[in-house]
Design a protein around this ligand. Structure first.
Ligand SMILES: Nc1nc2c(ncn2[C@@H]2O[C@H](COP(=O)(O)OP(=O)(O)OP(=O)(O)O)[C@@H](O)[C@H]2O)c(=O)[nH]1
Length: 455
């Protein structure tokens, strides 16, 4: 979401990093560059002014000037202030009410409301283990009700049917009754979108809000509209007690102006960001991590979280045990590893979160991440079971047949086998020496052979 801001600021950060001394001139120059970068990113002017002012005050303060590495300290100040502008801490949905907790979703037409309802349903079901029901109160566009039904089936949550002849309040009241009877934890309500916020829309959603008393009222806005997104959310929030904002289409937004403006302009937190068209394209918004990404310090915590969620822990434990016992790492194991990488969106999803990645050109990233994984999996699938378990059986003529079976060339198979052999060697070493050596070392420290060094 912040590519252009990151690029714009990278020069400033490089110049500051490692500086042993900061002068008034350095500080002035750095804050000027931050200001220009924010304005170019379409951040709302009052937000830019307040942010730069706070950075200036802290830059001449003790924490920076007295620091051993003033340059780094100033970068940290910028990061802290960027995070503060976005809300500092992630705010999850508040679901601490008697079930069903009602979440009301509002937004302009095409903002991505219906898609977000499905994404949120999936998130609550998978990450927070909730029983979820969705309902559409969009009585103006029957296709919207159908769209929600299809999406609900896709993410496998309950769908409460409605039709265009009903009143929105009646639909939602009936849905709440049904949700209660079915022990649903969360009921997400999709509402009608309009082309702009007008009286009729506000009157309708106000009546709906009063009738259903939602615990969360989320405003869905398209991040590509930049600071206008914040302005629209503010307008909406003035009429209805909004509890948070969802920024959609951040995958297409290189500037990040909306993300940086919403909190200050509306006083409401960004709770989620939409990161793609599919139903898994929703992330909880973490201001501090986002600030780290702007300054190209990476999002290592996000990376760890992603790996934890998507790695199959049972398989990982089995592999560790196998390696520890000195058994061969075979091609089935390699396929498991490749499949897990594929689940994480290949390396591209991970690479974005690593520090310094902003500077690597896209074409290079694409080369590394591209189409390799499915091809490698296809090659392994085209081998016999025996070969996968005992790769030494794969000789020259077999390689040619395997390549044909996978619709690829023998050179592709050779490449995969080379990678496999390297991994096998590494795993073998771990199994034979590494693990045992480590265990020996540990037992020595615990008072085994050799005893404790300090006794
Ligand atoms: N790339 C990308 N596309 C998104 C995202 N969220 C939604 N979209 C797309 O945006 C378009 C509009 O989404 P909808 O969910 O139909 O929008 P809506 O706000 O419900 O629209 P109305 O029902 O007309 O009010 C669809 O093509 C979605 O696939 C996102 O995070 N990233």
């Amino acid at each position: 979401m912040f590519e252009s801001l990151t690029q714009r600021l990278s020069g400033t950060i490089d110049r500051l990093r490692g500086r042993g001394r900061l002068t008034e001139e350095n500080i002035r120059e750095a804050t000027r560059e931050v200001r220009i970068a924010l304005l170019e990113a379409d951040v709302a002017l009052p937000v830019v002014q307040a942010l730069v002012e706070r950075i200036k005050v802290r830059a001449v303060g003790q924490e920076v000037l007295k620091s051993l590495t003033p340059g780094q300290a100033l970068i940290k100040v910028v990061r802290d202030e960027l995070a503060a502008v976005m809300g500092s801490q992630a705010s999850e949905l508040n679901l601490n009410v008697p079930a069903p907790a009602v979440v009301l979703m509002a937004g302009l037409q095409g903002a991505g409301k219906t898609t977000t309802v499905a994404k949120l349903a999936r998130h609550l079901k998978e990450k927070r283990k909730k029983k979820v029901m969705v309902v559409s109160a969009d009585v103006y566009r029957p296709a919207a009700i159908e769209q929600l039904q299809t999406l609900a089936q896709q993410v496998d949550v309950l769908f409460f049917p409605s039709d265009a002849s009903q009143k929105p309040e009646a639909i939602v009241k009936a849905a709440i009754d049904d949700a209660r009877k079915s022990y649903v934890d969360v009921l997400i309500v999709d509402t009608a979108g309009r082309t702009s916020i007008d009286e009729a829309m506000m009157a309708e959603i106000k009546a709906l809000h009063a009738a259903v008393n939602p615990v969360e009222t989320l405003f869905v806005v398209d991040s590509m509209t930049g600071q206008d997104a914040a302005a629209t959310a503010k307008h909406f929030g003035a009429a209805l007690p909004l509890t948070g904002v969802v920024l959609t289409k951040t995958d297409g937004d290189a500037r990040g102006g909306a993300a940086l403006s919403v909190r200050t302009i509306t006083g409401k937190p960004i709770k989620f960001v939409g990161t793609g068209e599919k139903t898994d394209g929703l992330d909880v918004f973490h201001p501090a991590r986002a600030a780290g990404r702007i300054l190209d310090m990476g999002d290592v915590l996000g990376l760890v979280e992603q790996v934890e969620q998507q790695v199959d822990k049972d398989k990982a434990a089995k592999l560790a045990e196998k390696v520890a016992k000195g058994k061969r790492f075979d091609l089935n194991d390699l396929r498991d590893q490749l499949e897990q990488m594929q689940n994480m969106g290949g390396l591209s999803g991970l690479m974005d979160k690593l520090p310094g990645m902003g500077q690597i050109p896209d074409h290079v990233k694409n080369q590394v991440t591209g189409k390799e994984i499915p091809r490698q999996i296809a090659i392994i699938n085209s081998m016999t079971k025996k070969e996968r378990r005992n790769p030494t059986l794969i000789n020259g003529s077999r390689r040619a047949r395997i390549a044909r079976g996978a619709g690829l060339t023998p050179a592709d198979v050779n490449k995969l086998m080379k990678q496999y052999q390297q991994m096998e060697k590494m795993m073998g070493k771990l199994g034979r020496g590494g693990m045992k050596g480590m265990m020996r070392g540990l037992s020595g420290m615990m008072g085994g052979r050799g005893g404790m060094p300090f006794r």
